[in-house]
Design a protein around this ligand. Structure first.
Ligand code: GRF
Length: 194
């Protein structure tokens, strides 16, 4: 366990939330990190069920509240996070959030940026493009969030080898394994450095 004073993390997710669950479970054994809440823009996202099971506070907001008002900013100020983690979150983060939390918002992308990034490149779209281009490897990129999709400074990347037999589903599975292994540790290292 890395030693540092107690830190607070807020997670954002739009879908299944398997990374959210993995991060929450990782920090259960590390009392110096509190998962303050999970925020989602999808009312029916599976991540909400996971939060129920994990006993984690979850909040829903719609796209208008996120993109055009200060609602989410005010909620975040109240939660007082040391780090904001996008774990499968699909909306573009507005300037007002980026400005208020400089160098405190990170994202995970399921490919080796700068390849396969940008608008529309998420989930299976990424893995399908990787497969179509017969890539010999893929991986994950954990990066700071700036005003452009997938363009903030890269914090950490990890790779996995691919073979021609890999399907879109098996590529997704390999990438998820990398995410589960690396994402919580990178979060912990960033918190330790603050
Ligand atoms: C992950 O592959 C992540 O890299 C991407 O969205 C996916 C989310 O998966 N940004 P899950 O919802 O955590 O299962």
């Amino acid at each position: 366990m890395v030693a540092f004073p107690t830190k607070r993390v807020v997670l954002f997710a739009s879908g299944s939330g398997s990374n959210v669950e993995n991060i929450v479970r990782y920090f259960r054994d590390r009392p110096n990190v509190t998962i303050a809440a999970v925020l989602t823009n999808k009312r029916d996202a599976k991540v909400l069920e996971r939060c129920d099971t994990l006993n984690i506070s979850a909040l829903y907001f719609n796209k208008t509240a996120f993109s055009q008002t200060d609602c989410v900013l005010e909620v975040l100020k109240g939660l007082d996070p040391d780090l904001i983690v996008l774990a499968g979150f699909l909306l573009k983060v507005p300037q007002r959030l980026i400005r208020n939390f400089p160098d405190k918002i990170i994202n995970i992308h399921p490919a080796l940026l700068p390849k396969y990034g940008g608008k529309g490149m998420y989930g299976s779209h990424v893995h399908r493009a990787v497969k179509q281009n017969c890539e010999k490897e893929t991986g994950i990129s954990i990066h700071f969030v700036n005003e452009n999709y997938d363009e903030g400074a890269i914090i950490h990347q990890a790779k996995t080898a691919l073979s021609p037999e890999d399907s879109v589903a098996s590529i997704a599975q390999k990438v998820h394994q990398l995410e589960y292994e690396h994402f919580p540790k990178v979060i912990e290292q960033l918190l330790a450095r603050q």
